[in-house]
Design a protein around this ligand. Structure first.
Ligand code: B12
Length: 306
């Protein structure tokens, strides 16, 4: 007999819990097979209590104190949309990829609950928690920062799916950075996958060179310039000093003469428009698409403002 925390135990290959006596043979292999059969391309399982945490830390057990496992799922992007000339085409495709993931997370989560295990799907998309200041130091940020309720990249690394590359994205051997992620936190006591030491990112510098906002300068990722560009296409951060306001206002006025912020906001609500994927687009990692990548890639039309 194997004991799984205080709620579950396994006897003769069957998992039992205290709420329902027999809950069926739920094991990692069965769950993975079900998920892959739904069209998910990569699936891994991490121990909920042994997740790699970043800052601010997002432990799965904060969202579900009884959590035992985190199931991480990935679907490859359509490479045609990643390489399309206009960012909007990618945006629409990203939404569909998220939908596939969210629907399957919902279905598998419901299945696990019907088997007696509380389960919480973590969407591939928003919502996110917003911070105006650092919760630890109280220091006010120059610009609001967003953070997911669970860091999907770190969850994926925790189950050996890939590594975080120089572009700050999850790289997998199969698809490089070109996959979308989603997860299910569950009480089901599933066998976790081992973490892996991978050497996929060769620090070729392509992502840092392609980044229009300068967020990947000096070997690190900075969330603020990335967010300003991703949200509005601004190449500048909000002014830190009074003297910076005149040139900032000039930039905004220039932006308004070329772009229709009202219509764009409307479109963003409908299709969740992003302004940038350059760091992901130029990344050469991922063996699945070696032969169909275009040799030359002009930056996507996204209309950044200096
Ligand atoms: C919020 C968010 C964003 C924000 C902020 C990004 C950020 N890194 O902070 C913005 C809008 C800028 C963004 C941009 C992008 N994102 Co994004 N994003 C997310 C989201 C919802 C949460 C990210 C998160 O919480 N990370 C956890 C933190 C701990 O890790 P981190 O990002 O590496 O660390 C930064 C923060 O901690 C921040 N930071 C530092 N100190 C502090 C202090 C406080 C208080 C706060 C709040 C933050 C903070 O700075 C750190 C880096 O220095 C995830 C989905 C999810 N739930 O995980 C998708 C996700 C990470 N994004 C994704 C993608 C694809 C992108 C983009 C390519 C944009 C796009 N068009 O899709 C770019 C790439 C940017 C990059 N190179 O990292 C994918 C990545 C897939 C992959 N292969 O890895 C994810 C996983 C979505 C998904 N479902 O697949 N993203």
């Amino acid at each position: 007999m194997i004991l799984y925390g205080s709620h579950f135990f396994k006897l003769n290959g069957l998992v039992h819990n205290k709420r329902r006596f027999w809950v069926g043979a739920i094991d990692s292999a069965k769950i993975k097979k079900m998920i892959l059969a739904e069209g998910i391309e990569l699936v891994g399982i991490a121990d909920a209590k042994d997740l790699i945490l970043a800052y601010p830390p997002r432990p799965a057990t904060n969202l579900m104190p009884s959590a035992q496992s985190v199931i991480v799922m990935a679907v490859a992007h359509s490479l045609g949309s990643v390489y399309s000339p206009d960012i909007m085409l990618w945006t629409r495709n990203k939404m569909q990829t998220s939908r596939v993931l969210d629907q399957i997370a919902e279905k598998i989560g419901r299945f696990l609950e019907s088997e007696g295990f509380l389960s919480l799907p973590i969407s591939a998309d928003k919502p996110v928690e917003l911070f105006k200041s650092d919760p630890k130091t109280g220091e006010k940020f120059r610009q609001t920062r967003a953070v997911g309720f669970l860091s999907l990249k770190h969850a994926a690394v925790s189950c050996g799916m890939g590594q975080i590359g120089r572009n700050n994205l999850l790289l997998t051997p199969q698809f490089g950075p070109h996959q979308r992620l989603c997860a299910i936190i569950t009480e089901a006591p599933l066998e976790p996958d081992a973490k892996q030491e991978l050497d996929l990112c060769k620090d070729c510098g392509k992502c840092a060179k392609a980044c229009p906002s300068g967020a990947l300068k000096n070997g690190k990722y900075e969330a603020d310039p990335c967010m300003a560009y991703w949200s509005y296409g601004f190449k500048r951060l909000p002014p830190a000093k009074l003297t910076e306001w005149p040139s900032y206002i000039k930039m905004i006025r220039g932006h308004f003469t070329r772009r229709d912020m009202l219509m764009e906001s409307g479109q963003t609500f409908i299709t969740d428009v992003d302004n940038c994927i350059e760091c992901m687009r130029v990344c050469p990692v991922g063996k699945s698409w070696k032969n169909i990548r275009p040799k030359n890639l002009a930056p996507q039309k996204s209309g950044g403002t200096e």
